[in-house]
Design a protein around this ligand. Structure first.
Ligand SMILES: [Zn+2]
Length: 542
C-alpha cells in the first residue's frame, strides 16, 4: 500500500514538474525492492570467513576494550582517558595517529595501509550525564551517584571497529592487498558536536566508503532516509541588569524573565509545528539567588526536524521568539550553535552488502544468565519480558519519508551526505530500555555486550573485505550516492566558517567526578572482567 501510494505521489509530482525529493530535501530514494548483495568470488568469501574466525579468537581483547572504555565513562569533549587508551592500542598495532584532530583535544584519526580504496571506520565514544550504573545489575544502582556513565552504550563501538580492523589488517598484510583503513571516533556525539567539523577539516575528503557502527539490541542495517531527524543545537544567552529584587526591583531587567517567556512562547508555538518535529530545552543559567535580579540567563534548545529546510526553519522561529522575549524584557540576546546533525541517509549498496554479512554471522548465542538479566531489567522497567533478540532485523530500505514521524538524530547524518555511508547496528544491549538512561548501561560491560561486539566486529570486518576486494561495489555505492541520493539535494553544513567546536563543554562535570571515578577504572592486569573487579554476581536481579 505504501508503494502504490508513493508511486502515485511520484506520478503527480512529476506531472507538476517538481521532484518529491526536492520538495522534501532528503534525497530521492523511492521505495524499491531490496535484497542482500549476492556473495563474492570464492577466494573473497574464504578471506571473510577467515577474518570472522580470527575475531572469534580475539574475544578476550575485545572484552577488555569494551570494559575499559565503560569504566572511563567520559562525557562529550572530555574523552581524554578513552582516546588515550584507544589510540595507544592502535599505535601499538602500527596505525599512524593524528591527535587533536580539527582542533578538538579528544579527537583523533588512526590510519594504516596505503592506496585505494580508503575506508573510514567510525563509532561514538562519549557517555550520558548521571547515567553511572553497575553493569550486570538489573535495577538502578549507580557506581557513583550523579556521575556520568555509558547509558547509551558508546563504550562498545570503537572496540568493535578496532577488533574488525586488526583482523582485516592481518589479511591485507599477508595477501598484499592495497587499501587504507582510517579509524575515527565520534567525539561528543550526544552533543552532535564534532562530525560536521571533521568534514570541514577534510577527514573524509579522499575516503571511498564510510562504515559506521552504533550499539543496538539487534543486528541490522538500513538504507535511504526516512527515519529519525536532524537537528541544530542552539544556546540563547540573555543579558539584563541586576538590582535589589526587593528594594528597587524597577531598576532591574531580568534575563531569567526572558528565558521563561521564550520557553512559554515556544511551547505555545509547538502546537502549530509539524508532527515530525521534536524540540526540547534546558535552562543552563537561571540566575544566582532570588534577591538579585538575574542579569544573565541562558536556555539551550535542540531543534529537530526530518529535513534540512525544516531544521533551518525551526531555528529561525527560535531566533525570532528569542528576539521577541528580549524586547518584552528590555534585555539583549545572543545565540551560538553548539552542535548540528543532518538527517541520515544511508547507502543502498553498502547496506545490502553489510546485510548479507549479517545474515551469514547471525545473532550471538545468549545463555540463561544473559536472558535472566534482560528479562529482569524488562520487568523492572515494566516492559514486555521478551528477553534478548533471537531473530535478526529485516533489511530496511527506501522508507517513504512522509512516513517518518521523527525520532533521534546522529551527526553521522552529515557524513552520510558527503560520501557513501552505512551504520552497522549490533546487538550489545537489551530491548525495551528508554535510552539515555542508567538502564541502557546495565548490559554494556557484561557478556551481552561482549558477544554483541564480537558478532558486530565479524560483520564489520567482512564488509571491509568486500569493499577492499570488490571494486564494483564501491562503484555501485557511488552511483547510488551521486545519481539517487544527492541528485536533488546537496550537503550544506549547518556550521558556518566561523563556528567552532564547543570543546569546553562538560569540563566542570568531569573535574567534579573524575577523582572518584578513577578509583573504579578497570584494571585488566588484576581482573578478568570489570564485573569481577566490581565484585558483581552475574546476573543480579531482584
Ligand atoms: Zn548514540
Amino acid at each position: 500500500m505504501t508503494i502504490n501510494r508513493t508511486i502515485l505521489t511520484v506520478a503527480i509530482a512529476s506531472l507538476l514538474g517538481v521532484g518529491i525529493a526536492a520538495q522534501r530535501g532528503r534525497g530521492g530514494a523511492p521505495p524499491a525492492p531490496t535484497a542482500p548483495t549476492p556473495p563474492g568470488p570464492p577466494h573473497v568469501e574464504q578471506l571473510k570467513r577467515e577474518a570472522a574466525a580470527d575475531i572469534e579468537t580475539m574475544r578476550v581483547m575485545t572484552q577488555q576494550m569494551v570494559d575499559q572504555v565503560f569504566s572511563y565513562g567520559e562525557l562529550g569533549f572530555q574523552e581524554l582517558e578513552t582516546s588515550r587508551y584507544l589510540t595507544d592500542i592502535l599505535q601499538k598495532n602500527g596505525f599512524r595517529i593524528e591527535r587533536a584532530y580539527a582542533g578538538i583535544p579528544t579527537a583523533w584519526v588512526a590510519t594504516w595501509g596505503s592506496g585505494k580504496p580508503v575506508i573510514a571506520i567510525g563509532s561514538d565514544i562519549d557517555c550520558i550525564p548521571q547515567a553511572s550504573q553497575k553493569p550486570g545489575v538489573a535495577y538502578h544502582d549507580p557506581i557513583i551517584e550523579g556521575a556520568p556513565g555509558h547509558g547509551e552504550g558508546h563504550n562498545s563501538g570503537v572496540p568493535l571497529n578496532i577488533t574488525a580492523a586488526l583482523a582485516v589488517k592481518k589479511i591485507m598484510e599477508r595477501e598484499r592487498l592495497p587499501g587504507t583503513l582510517k579509524i575515527w571516533p565520534g567525539v561528543a556525539e550526544e552533543l552532535v558536536g564534532t562530525k560536521a567539523y571533521f568534514i570541514r577539516a577534510g577527514l573524509f575528503r579522499d575516503v571511498d566508503v564510510s562504515l559506521f557502527a552504533h550499539v543496538a539490541n539487534n543486528l541490522g542495517a538500513s538504507w535511504g532516509g526516512g527515519f529519525g531527524t536532524g537537528l541544530v543545537s542552539v544556546e540563547y544567552a540573555f543579558k539584563g541588569e541586576s538590582a535589589h529584587a526587593a528594594s528597587q526591583p524597577w531598576r532591574g531587567r531580568s534575563a531569567l524573565d526572558a528565558v521563561e517567556l521564550m520557553d512559554v512562547a515556544w511551547n505555545f508555538r509547538r502546537e502549530h509545528l509539524r508532527l515530525q518535529h521534536r524540540s526540547h530545552s534546558v535552562i543552563v543559567n537561571g540566575g544566582d539567588q532570588p534577591n538579585v535580579v538575574p542579569q544573565n540567563a541562558g536556555v539551550w534548545y535542540y531543534f529537530r526536524e526530518t529535513d534540512y529546510a525544516h531544521i533551518k526553519e525551526l531555528r529561525e522561529i527560535g531566533d525570532t521568539i528569542a528576539k521577541a522575549a528580549a524586547m518584552m524584557t528590555n534585555t539583549e540576546v545572543s545565540s551560538r550553535l553548539l552542535g548540528s546533525a543532518w538527517p541520515q541517509h544511508m547507502n543502498k549498496t553498502l547496506a545490502e552488502t553489510m546485510y548479507a554479512n549479517i545474515q551469514t554471522i547471525g545473532l550471538p548465542t545468549w545463555d540463561d544468565a544473559d536472558q535472566t538479566l534482560a528479562k529482569g531489567l524488562q520487568k523492572e522497567l515494566k516492559q514486555p519480558q521478551s528477553g534478548l533478540a533471537t531473530r535478526i532485523d529485516p533489511l530496511r530500505g527506501g522508507i517513504d519519508p512522509e512516513q517518518n514521524m521523527g525520532g533521534p538524530s546522529d551527526d553521522i547524518g552529515d557524513v552520510s551526505w558527503n560520501l557513501p555511508t552505512v551504520t552497522l547496528r549490533y546487538p550489545a544491549n537489551i530491548p525495551g530500555t528508554p535510552g539515555h538512561n542508567w538502564a541502557n548501561a546495565i548490559a554494556m560491560a557484561t557478556p551481552i555486550a561482549h558477544k554483541g561486539v564480537t558478532a558486530g566486529a565479524k560483520v564489520q570486518a567482512m564488509t571491509i573485505i568486500d569493499m577492499l576486494m570488490r571494486p564494483e561495489l564501491v562503484q555501485q555505492a557511488w552511483d547510488y550516492f551521486r545519481n539517487v541520493q544527492t541528485k536533488d539535494q546537496k550537503y550544506e553544513p549547518f556550521i558556518t566558517a566561523s563556528d567552532q567546536p564547543a570543546v569546553w563543554m562538560n569540563e566542570k562535570t568531569l573535574q567534579q567526578y573524575r577523582p572518584d571515578m578513577k578509583k573504579y577504572y578497570y584494571d585488566p592486569t588484576k581482573y578478568k572482567t570489570y564485573l569481577d573487579q566490581l565484585g558483581i554476581k552475574y546476573p543480579t536481579v531482584r
